[in-house]
Structures are given as C-alpha cells and as structure tokens.
Design a protein around this ligand. Structure first.
Ligand code: SF4
Length: 259
C-alpha cells in the first residue's frame, strides 16, 4: 500500500516524477521479497516496492555502520505519510489486525468505542493457536440499523497448522465466523522469518508485550483517527472501497501448483 501511494499520492503532492522514486520496505518477512516481485504489484504504474530489507538485515546494516541508536536524538517521521497510530503498531502481533479493524468498525457502526476496557480487545490477544471473540452490535447508528442485535463472530489463527485447522472448518461449513485473521508465522509478524534470531515462544511473548505497551502509550490508537489517513482519503483516494482505493490498495492472487 505504501509503495503504491508513494509513487502516486506522495509523488503528486511533491510534484515528483515517480520514475525517480525508489521505495524500500523494511519488513519482518522474508516472503515480502518475493511479493515485491509479483507482477500484480505495479498498481502505481511503476514497480510499487523497489527493494525489501528484513528487519534483521537493517539491524545488521545499522551495526555495520556503527550507529548507536541509544545516542540518537528522538525525531519525528518526515511528513507527509509519517503519522501512525497504536492500531498500526499492533498489526505486528497475532490478532492485532483484527483488533485494529474492530476498534474502527465497531465505532463507525455504533458511534461508540469498542466495549473493552481501554480499547484492549483481550479475547483476540495471546498465543493460543486459534482464538475466538464475539461482539454484540446494539443501538447502531441509523445507517447501520440492519445490524441491530447481530453478534459479530471473529476468529484468529497463527502458524500454518492452526491456519489449516481453521480453514478446514470453513471448507466443511462448520465455521460460524464473519471475520477471520490468519497469520502464517507463529505469533504473527513479530515471529516473522526476517526478524532477529534466535526466537522462541518466550521471545515472541515479550515482543507482543512490547507492542501492546507501545500501543497503550500512543496518543492515537484507532486507524480512523490518523489525520494523515483521513487526508489521503479526502484529497486522493476519496472513499474506502472506492475506485481509486480499490485499485491501489487491493491485489489479487493466482492459484499456484502445490510446492
Ligand atoms: S505473518 Fe509472517 S509471512 Fe505473514 S506477513 Fe507476517 S512475517 Fe510475513
């Protein structure tokens, strides 16, 4: 998404030729190196992501360059497209994408915050292989009145064995869920193949705690509060699931032979 937007929205904002922009993604994920090469990833009209570095590779480069992070002054990210929220931070933990989406969806539908203390949707957190949560929609806003009394059923799985068991239940028709999050790596992206090694369940647990602590301390914790996201939609994408956002922010997949 960032790659597609940097070569369209960002380029337009600063009157830059997208041909001269090189986008580099820092990722917890070795699979992103493959993904950046996919022919579908040219939504901007150019190669959306030129290079992918894993977090481990970046850390090695920082050490090789002799940069001591603890001695650096804190600085803000460059504008534009530099603002973030706690909802973005928790994407790194299994259940985080689900939690971020629920914080926004529930509030947009009801006009109220999710009914969990401090916005922390605890049932979707943790390291159990498959977790379930449900939220009852009561007194929705008039546009969403047809959702009154609906119990939104969600499931979260991480690791491929757990993903398979959840997907098998969907195929067999047993699944009652409306919304499912699956992360291939144990613990989610915090346990990704490009992350620092070694890793084990205890290290992943600590990474998750750090992520939730970071979220807790951020002034903005819901995606729809991010002023830059609101600006991108009002100035460029126009509306969620509209023509421009659908083209730039979504992709499709091709069936592949079993490896
Ligand atoms: S869960 Fe693993 S494979 Fe999926 S995006 Fe995160 S790091 Fe990559």
């Amino acid at each position: 998404m960032f790659g597609a937007l940097v070569k369209t929205y960002y380029a337009k904002h600063f009157n830059l030729n997208p041909e001269n922009i090189v986008s580099v993604s820092i990722m917890p994920c070795t699979a992103k190196k493959f993904e950046a090469n996919r022919p579908e990833m040219h939504d901007s009209g150019y190669r959306d992501v030129d290079y992918v570095l894993t977090t481990r590779e970046l850390a090695i480069m920082i050490k090789q360059a002799g940069i001591d992070f603890l001695k650096l002054d804190d600085r803000s990210f460059d504008q534009i497209m530099g603002a973030s929220t706690g909802a973005g931070v928790i994407f790194g933990a299994t259940g985080g994408v689900m939690e971020a989406a629920l914080r926004t969806a529930y509030e947009l539908v009801t006009g109220r915050e999710v009914p969990f203390e401090n916005l922390n949707i605890m049932p979707v957190r943790g390291m159990e292989g498959v977790r379930e949560a449900s939220i009852l929609i009561e007194n929705p806003l008039p546009d969403w009145s047809f959702l009154e009394g609906i119990e939104l059923k969600c499931a979260v799985a991480h690791g491929l064995v757990n993903a398979k068991s959840l997907m098998d239940s969907i195929v067999s028709g047993e699944s009652q869920y409306h919304f499912i999050e699956i992360m291939a790596c144990p613990g989610g992206c915090l346990g990704g193949g490009g992350q620092p090694i070694p890793t084990n369940p205890e290290i992943r647990r600590k990474r998750a705690l750090a992520i939730y602590a970071e979220d807790q301390g951020m002034p903005l914790r819901k995606s729809h509060q991010n002023p830059e996201i609101l600006k991108i939609y009002s100035e460029f994408l126009t509306e969620p699931l509209g023509e421009v956002s659908h083209h730039l922010l979504h992709t499709h997949y091709t069936p592949r032979e079993r490896f």
